[in-house]
Design a protein around this ligand. Structure first.
Ligand SMILES: [Zn+2]
Length: 307
């Protein structure tokens, strides 16, 4: 084999590149394993998963779910990104996460999705005094978000946000032109809603009751930032320094994603994916509204107009 290759320079070149790429993959894998040596890992899935000690049950559950999501979208859009999911305890969070509060799920831009392994003050900060809510909503909250001890916990909602972060890996790695920062957030909430509605509809209450609760319990005029223009301009400041304000934006996009899915139907994600892939130039607000209405669905454009 080697003799044959050395007599054929181009074949030899290809063979050498192949060997070098194998060495690179091996080096990358070992440097990553070293980087996460404090964490445990789960193997056998279509992505890499590292987690803090104590998070075994959650890691097994999320591994299975994220694997399903990736198989679901492989069928829908024939694309699979490279991702590593980290499920972190409060002690491990500062070592690997960006500068955001414990419990705020995020995508680091280096193919890494980060979520919290346990209940925390950030999640709890969204729970309103249930007495202040309409009876129907209070009843839904008590029914949907209860932990094994019978206490209200927002974990069933926040765990689903690993799928939101996975959605960012899809649009970044396949180089979609998302037009606006807020649009990429709305888009991945549709990615999440589209999957849950079709593949795990029993989880729709966990996905939708929390955003409705936050929207109903927030007075827009009390927020420091509330317009889409604010979000565009101060995205990092809001996400890093005003996490509850940022959470309100996300809840509005979750609610919008649900409305878009209900009105436009299960083909809307696929349509949006291809539209954002085709449209390479950045559009101004007027042209963007026309593009969304014509190329995706009028309900998409209404998010802008009705904000
Ligand atoms: Zn996001």
């Amino acid at each position: 084999m080697l003799q044959f290759i050395s007599n054929h320079p181009f074949t030899y070149f290809l063979f050498r590149r192949f060997i070098l790429s194998l060495i690179c993959i091996a080096c990358h894998a070992s440097s990553e394993a070293q980087q996460y040596q404090d964490l445990q890992s789960l193997k056998g899935y279509s992505f890499k998963l590292y987690f803090s000690s104590g998070a075994e049950t959650k890691a097994a559950r999320m591994a299975k779910q994220i694997d399903h999501v990736m198989a679901f979208y492989k069928q829908q859009i024939q694309f699979t990104p490279d991702v590593t999911l980290l499920i972190l305890s409060p002690a491990d969070w500062p070592k690997y996460s960006r500068d955001v509060v414990y419990g705020m799920p995020h995508y680091t831009g280096k193919q890494v999705l980060i979520v919290a392994s346990e209940n925390n003050d950030f999640w709890k900060s969204f729970i309103p005094p249930v007495d202040n809510l309409l009876d129907q909503l209070a009843g839904m909250i008590k029914k949907t978000y209860v932990d094994v001890n019978g206490q209200i916990s927002m974990e069933p909602f926040f765990d689903l946000l690993a799928i939101h972060e996975l959605g960012h890996a899809y649009h970044f790695q396949d180089s979609l032109q998302m037009q606006r920062k807020w649009m990429s957030e709305l888009f991945v909430n549709i990615f999440l809603h589209n999957y849950i509605a079709q593949a795990e509809p029993d989880k729709l209450p966990a996905l939708t009751v929390f955003p409705n609760m936050v929207i109903a319990g927030t007075n827009k005029s009390d927020l420091q930032y509330s317009s889409l223009a604010d979000l565009e301009k101060y995205y990092d400041v809001i996400a890093q320094r005003h996490p509850r304000n940022y959470g309100w934006y996300q809840c509005r996009w979750h609610a919008s994603a649900g409305t878009i899915y209900d009105r436009a139907g299960p083909t809307v994600f696929n349509k949006a994916w291809h539209a954002f892939k085709r449209q390479r130039d950045i559009l101004d607000d007027q042209a963007l509204a026309v593009f969304l209405a014509d190329q995706v669905h009028p309900s998409f454009a209404e998010v802008m107009k009705g904000w």
